[in-house]
Write a protein that binds this ligand. Structure first.
Ligand code: SAM
Length: 369
């Protein structure tokens, strides 16, 4: 057993059954042993466990920068902010800032780049990677540290919210109620175990995202049908939405609408573990040594943003979103860089339905003055 497994084992001994979101939170974000505290090369990219759009190459950040520049230019004068969360090793920030510095010099002068980053270790990686932009960048450990005047600009994240710890629920067809999955021990092995509700009875419906889109589904939902909810992502989105004074809030991520969570082919839920580019269902194996991720619920985020006064654009696939931007860079007078064979290959990977094009979607909400 590794050190993190030992810590989890002790928590389980104290709790009986540990809620899965606690297990996932420690497996990914334990301050020294969590998966995301590992050096970047060990996790993202060809040598790591999974690819992201950022690891495909600089084109992704350059296309975002091209779009962001238009959105920022539409805001009133004075300082504007680009706020990134989940900046990891700073690569996306470097791609976005590098393009804006070269191609949008006037805007670049009034631009501030903020990074919301709770981990001191990752703030260190980012500062190293972004040395050439020192003075442009400010770090905040959380939304509560962001100036009360808020953000006039764009708040964005790529593959952030799918890493937030989820709660995992199963359907008890006989009792017609949800139960929550937690983690227990069988010898040294972590195993799934039901968390009992008060008095050992079923849980009261713990989240509105567990209400099926049509009430007739309650009668046909099969035994064990599994769904995750992510209160942490909803809370984070709400904080971001409230911090946005004027501009856009967007996330690019794998995700579904509430309705899609109930499709029969998702009866085992969306939680997956990634290691060396293979997905497995064994989320409990080797905590801290594999990535854990679950699809985000776009309907839930949308509702949270709307409650904070934001307007929602129609959900787009990453392919649709990036193709719309690229189409503008192909216009005769565009000053986007040349579409070299390398860029074209990157574009194909980012937009291909079997790579990143359809799996990833973009939720954009906005607050206008
Ligand atoms: C899947 S990685 C994606 C990294 C990068 N955005 C990319 O696309 O390559 C998720 C990143 O989000 C970070 N993260 C997790 N929770 C966070 C939070 N509450 N605020 C900011 N970053 C967070 C993780 O540590 C990790 O670096």
């Amino acid at each position: 057993m590794n050190d993190l497994a030992e810590i989890l084992r002790r928590e389980i001994a104290a709790a009986g059954v540990l809620p899965f979101d606690r297990f996932m939170g420690l497996a990914l974000f334990h301050p020294t042993l969590g998966y995301y505290e590992r050096p970047d090369a060990a996790t993202i990219g060809r040598q790591g466990d999974y690819f992201t759009s950022v690891s495909v190459g600089s084109l992704f950040g350059q296309l975002l920068a091209f779009q962001f520049a238009d959105w920022l230019a539409a805001l009133p004068g004075g300082p504007v902010q680009l706020v990134e969360a989940g900046a990891h090793d700073g690569r996306l920030a470097a791609d976005v800032l590098g393009w804006l510095q070269l191609r949008r010099t006037v805007l670049f002068e009034r631009l501030e780049y903020w990074i919301v980053e709770p981990s001191a270790r990752r703030r260190g990686w980012q500062a190293g990677a972004l040395e050439q932009f020192t003075g442009k960048i400010r770090w905040f450990a959380g939304w509560e540290r962001v100036p009360a005047t808020g953000v006039q600009g764009i708040i964005f994240a790529n593959e952030l919210l799918d890493a937030f710890p989820v709660r995992r629920f199963g359907w008890d067809a006989r009792a017609k109620s949800w139960f929550e999955w937690g983690v227990a021990l069988d010898g040294d092995r972590f195993v799934w175990a039901r968390i009992r509700g008060a008095g050992n009875g079923p849980l009261q419906n713990p989240s509105s995202t567990l209400d099926p889109p049509s009430s007739s589904l309650w009668t046909v939902l099969p035994e064990g049908f599994t769904i995750e909810t992510c209160p942490a992502a909803e809370a984070w989105w709400g904080q971001a939405a409230r911090a946005l004074r004027e501009g856009k809030l967007l996330t690019l991520d794998y995700g579904l609408t509430t309705e899609q969570f109930f499709f029969p082919e998702r009866s085992r839920g969306t939680l997956r573990a990634y290691r060396r580019h293979h997905a497995t269902d064994d989320a409990l194996a080797d905590p801290g040594e594999q990535d854990l991720t679950a699809h985000i619920n776009f309907s839930a985020l949308q509702a949270v943003g709307a409650a904070a006064g934001l307007h929602t654009a129609p959900l787009a696939s990453q392919a649709q979103f990036l193709t719309r931007i690229a189409a503008r860079t192909w216009q005769p007078r565009s000053d986007f860089e040349d579409w070299t064979p390398l860029r074209i290959r990157q574009f194909q990977t980012l937009t291909h339905p079997e790579h990143l094009g359809e799996r990833f979607r973009v939720l954009i909400q906005s607050r206008d003055d």
